[in-house]
Design a protein around this ligand. Structure first.
Ligand code: BGC
Length: 749
């Protein structure tokens, strides 16, 4: 056991210097001066107006409020002419001419829809994710949208929760990397560029831990787990200069996100020095009344502002109540001024005072290079889960294919959740792409069999089976309609909906090579279907360009390289399931699954007293970080430059990687560590680094990683952040479940 007095606290003070938080440039000082000057001219009503965000339907009603200075921001205006019109009212007709912040949920694309964020995380490629966010910003800002409510960086370990689709999955490190990439893409090189959108890190905090995976449900995340698991992506967001944060709907240990002073003030402002802006989630201030946490709107406004919230999304509790709260001294003028400062600072940083209007709308939507980038993102996000006997890629011997299933030609459904603005008319489905791109190579027989994913009408299956008999190979597209995942779309059963499973079973019985492609908003429990198929591709909801990318993968023009950003459970009852769990005192024997082996009237000891499910064992269907390629990779010769390190040191790791197969390919090389003994129990493995490595068939290379020992720090027993000296294990490999390993020690001195 390591002693806590050997703890080395690493740079907590240094952590507090953030991109947003350093006010030492001339431009920053200039902005601060402008903020103070403007604040000095504002009436209380105008201040409360800035803190008010509305989602208006009636233009005239809105214009009246804007003219009186009662609105700081609007959401859901997407017509550039209308945006300019309302902005003109703010700038030219309100007393102080403060421009509006125009916002929208631009989550995985605006018009050109990229894979859902969970699919983007599967690329393990921050560059491609950043590019997707940049494109979204270029398209959305052309309509006047300068603030998006993304990235959603809630650690999500339970796919029953529909919002897992919007997340980057279960891992704090992967989510931090991907969230940072999205922020960089949305915000571009400077917030005041007309094509930049302010990003919004959401939902602060622990929303992904909703009990039972049921949306909006309570969470129970203690401070240490909060700090070690749920907060790191948000800290990374601050470091990346994320302009805004959004509170969360859930109450964590009894405190609703919108009134959680501990995270909103003590951590976000005081520890992390965030000087951006914090908005509530939709009506979440007023909803604290439903929580039984606030007596009325006034109480809700007070608790929100006193906790450090700046802007009220749509509930109007701030504007209606804070004047009275101020008179009663329940809220201070200083608290209101601070909130308004944060809002004005953002507006100045975004250059809205100098350039409030959108220039002539450019023709950027669905631009050719945007579609190309979206296709590339799908190519890298489709996970090859199974490929028996080299079923994929399809060979020249395959002359006729049966394309089957409700998702084969469902342009709206492949877009996924949060696509207010993507249009199905621009979507290319797999059926269309296969016909257009490979129609000269193969005959295509199309039989959807089911009209949509939940369809229980089995009558079409007969025709699909007949098509399969006439084909050399069968590609079946199954999954979930868009509406089955996303906000408020939790599911208790993660099996394929409707008669999809029976469809696969019937097709499998035909005996032709069967390729199953799953388009879904979450990882589903597809064990039976994987078993029944020769090859399985998991594309999540791939967006506008899903079809062409999947077609190129099926026919071998593109070799899959994606990896699972979440653990795939065998059964829903295993949830929550994630690779970076702590060990119990009675760890499972991973292969054990005893339900059919236990003798009748067996004594208690025969079932082993280990931590596992009798009927599901303790292994997932697919582990985190898993994904095949058409080629094979061999890892060898793992070396550490030194196996004895100091707390201030650096771990240098190399491994040889060889492409041992017949295809050029890309492998995501992953590095995991385990802190063997901690002052508190530590995860059995934690991802610390990864790298996409491209190798031609037969080629080898040396892959190297350097990891600062300080990156092994965590919040320990006495709630200090630091590296605990002692013994560590490291793995480098192809997934969280495989890898070459080596041990090293961090010395106390
Ligand atoms: C969601 C947020 C979203 C907001 C605005 C809420 O219901 O939880 O994620 O940004 O609506 O549309």
């Amino acid at each position: 056991m390591k002693l806590t007095n050997t703890l080395f606290t690493v740079a907590v003070a240094a952590l507090s210097l953030t991109a947003c938080g350093t006010k030492n440039t001339n431009a920053d000082l200039e902005i601060e001066n402008k903020v103070e000057a403007l604040l000095g001219k504002m009436t209380l009503e105008e201040k409360l107006g800035q803190m008010n965000q509305l989602s208006p339907w009636d233009f005239n009603e809105l214009a009246g409020k804007v003219r009186k200075g009662e609105v700081g921001s609007i959401l859901n205006y997407t017509d550039s002419a209308l945006v300019n019109k309302i902005q003109r009212v703010a700038v030219e007709e309100s007393r102080l001419g403060i421009p509006l912040l125009v916002s929208r949920d631009v989550i995985h694309g605006y018009k050109t829809i990229f894979p859902i964020p969970l699919g983007q995380a599967a690329t393990f490629n921050p560059q491609i994710v950043e590019r997707g966010a940049r494109i979204a910003a270029v398209e959305a800002s052309a309509d006047g949208i300068r603030w998006t409510f993304a990235p959603m960086i809630d650690i999500s370990r339970d796919p029953r929760w529909g919002r897992i689709a919007e997340s980057c999955g279960e891992d704090p490190y992967l989510t931090s990397v991907m969230g940072t990439a999205m922020i960089k893409g949305f915000q571009g090189s400077s917030l005041n560029s007309p094509t930049s959108m302010a990003a919004c890190a959401k939902h602060f905090v622990a929303y992904g831990a909703s009990e039972g995976g049921k949306d909006y449900n309570s969470t129970f995340v203690p401070e240490r787990v909060l700090r070690n698991v749920y907060l790191p992506p948000f800290k990374a967001a601050v470091d990346a200069g994320c302009a805004t944060f959004m509170t969360s709907f859930n109450d964590n240990d009894g405190v609703p996100g919108t009134a959680n002073k501990f995270v909103l003030k003590d951590i976000l402002r005081d520890e992390w020095k965030f000087d951006g802006m914090v908005v509530t989630d939709w009506a979440s201030a007023a909803e604290m009344i439903n929580h039984g946490f606030c007596a009325d709107g006034k109480d809700a406004a007070e608790k929100s502002v006193n906790a450090g919230v700046d802007m009220d999304m749509v509930s109007e509790t701030f504007i209606k109540n804070l004047k009275r709260s101020l008179e009663e001294n329940v809220v201070s003028m200083q608290a209101i001024d601070n909130a308004v400062r944060n809002i004005l600072r953002l507006k100045f940083r975004m250059g809205l005072f100098d350039n409030p209007y959108i220039a002539t709308p450019q023709r950027v939507k669905y631009a050719e290079e945007h579609l190309k980038a979206a296709k590339e993102a799908v190519e890298q996000s489709v996970i090859l889960l199974k490929n028996s006997n080299g079923t994929l890629p399809l060979t020249d011997n395959v002359r006729t294919i049966a394309v089957v299933g409700p998702m084969a030609d469902a342009p709206y459904e492949q877009l996924g959740t949060w696509v207010f603005d993507g249009e199905k008319e621009h979507t290319v489905t797999p059926l269309k792409a296969i016909k257009e791109m490979y129609g000269d190579k193969v005959n295509v027989i199309f039989e959807p069999a089911l009209a949509y994913s939940r369809d229980k009408d089995r009558s079409g299956i007969v025709k699909a089976v007949s098509a399969a008999r006439r084909a050399d190979a069968v590609i079946v597209f199954v999954g979930e309609e868009s509406i089955l995942s996303g906000e408020a779309h939790s599911l208790a059963n993660l099996d394929l909906q409707g008669a999809q499973s029976e469809l696969i079973k019937s097709l499998s019985a035909v005996g032709k090579p069967l390729v199953t492609v799953v388009m879904a908003g979450r990882q589903l429990t597809i064990g039976k279907e994987v078993e029944a198929s020769d090859a399985v591709l998991y594309s999540f909801h791939p967006g506008t360009m899903g079809g062409p990318a999947i077609a190129d993968i099926l026919f071998g023009k593109v070799n899959p390289s994606a990896k699972t950003p979440v653990t795939f459970p065998r059964m829903t009852g295993q949830l929550p399931m994630y690779y970076a769990h702590n060990n119990t005192g009675r760890p499972a024997n991973p292969t054990e699954m005893l339900i059919d082996e236990i003798p009748v009237e067996a004594g208690q000891t025969s079932v082993g007293c280990r931590s596992f499910y009798l009927d599901a064992g303790d292994t997932p269907l697919f582990p985190f970080g898993y994904g095949l390629s058409y080629t094979t990779f061999e890892y060898s010769n793992l070396k550490l430059a030194s196996d004895m390190l100091t707390v201030g040191g650096e771990l240098l790791v190399t491994v040889d990687l060889k492409n041992t197969g017949r295809y050029d390919g890309v492998e995501v090389v992953q590095l995991y560590i385990q802190d063997k003994i901690g002052s508190v129990t530590r995860p059995v493995k934690e991802l610390k680094a990864f790298r996409r490595v491209a190798l031609k068939a037969g080629e080898s290379t040396v892959v190297s990683f350097s990891l600062l020992v300080s990156e092994l720090a965590f919040w320990g027993y006495d709630m200090t952040y630091g590296v605990e000296p002692g013994d560590f294990r490291l793995w480098v490999g192809t997934s969280s479940a495989e890898g070459l390993s080596a041990d090293f020690t961090v010395a106390a001195r």
